[in-house]
Structure formats: C-alpha cells, structure tokens
Design a protein around this ligand. Structure first.
Ligand code: GAR
Length: 213
C-alpha cells in the first residue's frame, strides 16, 4: 500500500477526491499526513473527518524557504511517505523537498501545461480565449509547473466562459485524473526518463488524454 503525504492550501476538493478514491477501493493507498500553510484551509476539516493527521506549518515561522521545506520533508520521511501530493498547494516548492522526493512529488495544475503556468491558470485560459483547456498532473521540479507531464485531460472552453464556469468544468476532470495518476504510480506503471514520463497502461498511451473511466 502506497503511503501519501499531502500538501494543500485551501478548499481541498482534490484532496477529497483522493480520500474518496482510497475509501472506494479505487486506490490502494493511505494518507499519512496533510500539511498546510494556511490555518483556515478547509482541507483541515476534510482530514479531521477522515481521521487523517494534519499539521499547519507557516513559512514565516521558519528562518527561510530552505528551512521550511527541509522540515516538511522531515515530517514526511518520519511518517514513511513515499509519494508527495500537491493538492492545491499555492506555493513554489523549495529544493529541499524536491531533492528528497524527486519524481515522487505530483502536482495538479488547472491548465494544459506548458500553457498558463502559475496562479489562476483557468483565468489565464479564459482571458486568452483558448478553445480547449484542461488540467495536467506532473512531477514537480525546480521550475514553476515545468516538471515532467504524467497525464492531461482536455475540456472545451467557450467564448462566454468566465473563470468560474471554466474552473468548474476543469475541476471535474482534475478529480478524475489525479487519483488515476496516483493509481498508475502505485501500480509501478510510471517511469521517468529526463522529462519524458513513460506510462505502461498496457494499452495505447493516447488513453492518458481523457482516460476512459
Ligand atoms: C485546483 O483547481 C488546482 O488545480 C489548483 O488550485 C485548485 C485547488 O482546488 N492548483 C493550482 O493552481 C496550483 N498552481 P482544491 O483545493 O479544491 O483542490
């Protein structure tokens, strides 16, 4: 069984989709701990409800970014975390964590990377008025949403979409592909060569775009 450590800053609906996937048996994993940088994150309530330990760690209580992410890495290691999940974690993760969990840290981003990295990916896409948008699960590297891409899902983007309507459409796909990416990882189907992620789904790789489940 794969041991997860989750980082989240807010609402935590992606965290919830992972919890639900575990509880339904879709995912053979357990969440050892939720760490948040935000004492008001609703993700904390979700953790409580499901008897998952949570820690609030604020960057300003640490000497610098390196100290913050070293501490987080230590908390994950202590609990035997094998895969780190960024479920709406609104910070650029520091080297100290990335180096401890290289190609073992997954992030969900609400746009089809490499388009619209950073904050408000959905607003960026709506403002640009693209015709297709979506979401991306990728491994985290030192850049801003630049790490190797594992899986993507596309959705239409309409001329009268607002940030909210597009976000809602994308979020539905986020809740599908994030647990799926974790499942593929837990089954040992994912390997990484440079920036290429090779996923052995036993079928066509094209299924990693809008997977059929
Ligand atoms: C999600 O849309 C996620 O893709 C996005 O924040 C939202 C968190 O929602 N993440 C980023 O923008 C990271 N740069 P949630 O808290 O309900 O999962």
């Amino acid at each position: 069984m794969l041991t997860l450590g989750v980082l989240a800053s807010g609402r935590g609906s992606n965290f919830q989709s992972i919890i639900d996937s575990i509880e339904s048996g879709f995912l053979d994993a357990k969440t050892a701990v939720l760490i948040t940088d935000n004492p008001d994150a609703y993700a904390i309530e979700r953790a409580k409800k499901h008897n998952i330990e949570s820690l609030v760690l604020k960057p300003r209580d640490f000497a610098d970014k390196n100290a913050y992410y070293s501490y987080i890495a230590g908390e994950f290691k202590k609990r035997g975390v094998e895969l780190v999940i960024l479920a709406g974690f609104m910070r650029v993760v520091g080297k100290a964590l990335i180096e401890q969990y290289r190609n073992k840290t997954m992030n969900i981003h609400p746009a089809l990377l490499p388009s619209f990295p950073g904050l408000h990916g959905q607003k960026q896409a709506a403002d640009y008025s693209v015709k297709i948008s979506g979401c991306t699960v990728h491994f985290v590297d030192e850049g801003m949403d630049t790490g190797p891409i594992i899986i993507q899902a596309a959705v239409p983007s309409y001329h009268d979409d607002t940030e909210d309507t597009l976000s809602e459409r994308i979020l539905k796909q986020e809740h599908r592909i994030f647990p799926y990416a974790i499942k593929l990882y837990s089954e040992g189907r994912i390997s990484v060569k440079g920036r290429k992620v090779i996923v052995n789904v036993g079928r066509d790789d094209a299924l990693l775009i809008n997977p059929p489940f």
